[in-house]
Design a protein around this ligand. Structure first.
Ligand code: ARG
Length: 463
């Protein structure tokens, strides 16, 4: 006689059901229900394989297939009562299948364990998230490309130490992020490729004595091949760690750009105007237009990195094979994925809508002695000075301009020659910011022609 408080799936050896607190710490259904589609897909593939290999009858397999479709539509229609007593998505689905089709449901778990089941479901879910991240990153790249194309020759200050360094172009700055995001995409693509092997059929940890066909289930689920070691298959979560690691790096990129947008939209900079759609107001200061989306994107890295640290910490030191600790993988990855997708979408909207203030960018580029390097380079090129001497002479001219409260092009030729006699009128041709950026034609440099080439290259690649 079975006590009805016993777990229907594993209660055979138990005399009593779990304590309420045990149930609360043990259950994962509140979050792993997100894996329902993957769980049902995995079960369908498994049942079809069990029939194809003669492990179960075609009739039972057909009943299971139909029943799983019913369960799927119940969940999708919001007509499914998830039960904490049934712990997780795997047992919730199987228990409902039994209610729907009766006895054949009991054959579905042949040659399978929740250990390979959850590893399979989760891989499928994370694999989809890699695709989603790549899609989101491509959308953001497109928004950046549009900005870069419009402003390929708009001059702005380039910074080092957030001090004016040399003039660069707006397009060049935008394209820097296009490159970073491309590497983010390749990290997700790479992780996806590596995780695309099937754990299904590893069973609890050692494989199974049933004549299963792992290649068949792997193929049905879009995996490249079955994983070659059953212990590894059920016990590693490196695919989740890779996803989180790629997400962390991507979030760092987004955070840096967000920081720039916060600075650039301030009254002191006015480099960009963010659209009303991606700004908020203040309840007390009527003049305020706050870059909240940028600030939140800047902050989201905290959660994503936190998730990564949490799962790395869970995984370290776990002996092979499965341990329940691994149930803690899902919430971290779910939260990091949701956070990343939202941050990507918000950044894409913000970039698509923002207006770069060309006049302000150029005005800022003109100040701060941004063409001092061009002046030094002129002394090397035209007057034959060693760079170190040219650097020194230019420093003296900057000090002079600073004392006078003017910029380099405002110094008279007399003042110039007083610092170095070989300077001629021609020097003024390199002190303009347009000339400065146009001259930086080296591959990967900021010259508008270089930027246009890069924009064209990327547009051909991603449309
Ligand atoms: N809910 C579990 C998890 O997420 C499923 C695997 C349970 N396996 C077991 N042997 N108790 O890890």
């Amino acid at each position: 006689m079975t006590d009805k408080t016993q777990n229907a799936m594993w209660g055979g050896r138990f005399a009593a059901g779990p304590d309420a607190i045990m149930e609360a710490i043990n259950a994962s259904i509140s979050f792993d229900k997100r894996l329902y589609a993957q769980d049902i897909a995995g079960s369908r593939a498994h049942a079809a394989m069990l029939a194809a290999t003669g492990i179960i009858s075609d009739k039972d397999a057909e009943a299971i297939r139909e029943g799983l479709l019913t369960v799927l539509s119940e969940i999708e229609g919001g007509n499914f009562a998830f039960s904490t007593a049934l712990e997780d998505i795997h047992m919730n689905v199987e228990a409902r299948l039994k209610e729907v089709i009766g006895a054949p449901a009991g054959r579905l778990h042949t040659a399978r364990s929740r250990n390979d089941q959850v590893a399979t479901d989760f891989r499928l879910w994370v694999r989809d998230q890699c695709d989603a991240a790549i899609e989101g990153l491509t959308a953001l790249q497109k928004a950046l490309l549009a900005q870069a194309e419009a402003g390929a020759d708009w001059v702005m200050p380039g910074f080092t130490h957030l001090q004016t360094a040399q003039p660069v172009t707006w397009g060049h700055h935008m394209m820097a992020y296009v490159e970073m995001l491309a590497r983010d995409k390749s990290r997700f693509a790479d992780a996806r490729k590596r995780m695309n092997e099937s754990p299904l059929g590893a069973a609890a940890l050692a494989g199974t004595g049933f004549p299963i066909d792992r290649a068949m289930t792997a193929k049905a689920l879009g995996f490249d091949r079955p994983m070659a070691n059953s212990l590894d298959a059920v016990s590693d979560r490196d695919f989740a760690l890779e996803f989180l690691s790629a997400a962390v790096i991507c979030a760092v990129h987004l955070s840096r750009f967000a920081e720039e947008l916060v600075i650039w939209s301030s009254a002191q900079f006015r480099f960009v105007t963010l659209s009303d759609r991606f700004s908020t107001g203040s309840s007390i200061m009527p003049q305020k237009k706050n870059p909240d989306a940028a600030e939140l994107i800047r902050a989201k890295i905290g959660r994503i990195l936190g998730s990564a640290v949490a799962l790395f910490t869970v995984m370290k030191g776990l002996p092979l094979a499965y341990s329940k600790d691994m149930q803690e993988d899902k919430e971290q990855v779910f939260d990091a994925a949701d956070t990343l997708m939202l941050a990507l979408a918000a950044m894409t909207g913000m970039v698509a809508d923002m207006t770069a203030n060309r006049a302000n960018l150029e005005k800022a580029a003109l100040s701060g002695f941004s063409t001092a390097t061009d002046l030094a380079d002129w002394l090397v090129r035209e007057a034959g000075l060693p760079f170190r001497d040219a650097h020194h002479a230019t420093g003296a001219l900057v000090a002079l301009a600073e004392k006078k409260g003017c910029d380099l092009p405002d110094l008279s030729i007399g003042e110039m020659t007083s610092v170095h006699p070989s300077i001629t009128q021609d020097i003024y041709s390199v002190l303009g910011v347009q000339n400065s950026v146009a001259s930086r034609k080296s591959y990967g440099g900021t010259a508008p022609d270089q930027v246009r080439e890069q924009v064209a290259r990327w547009k051909a690649l991603i449309g």
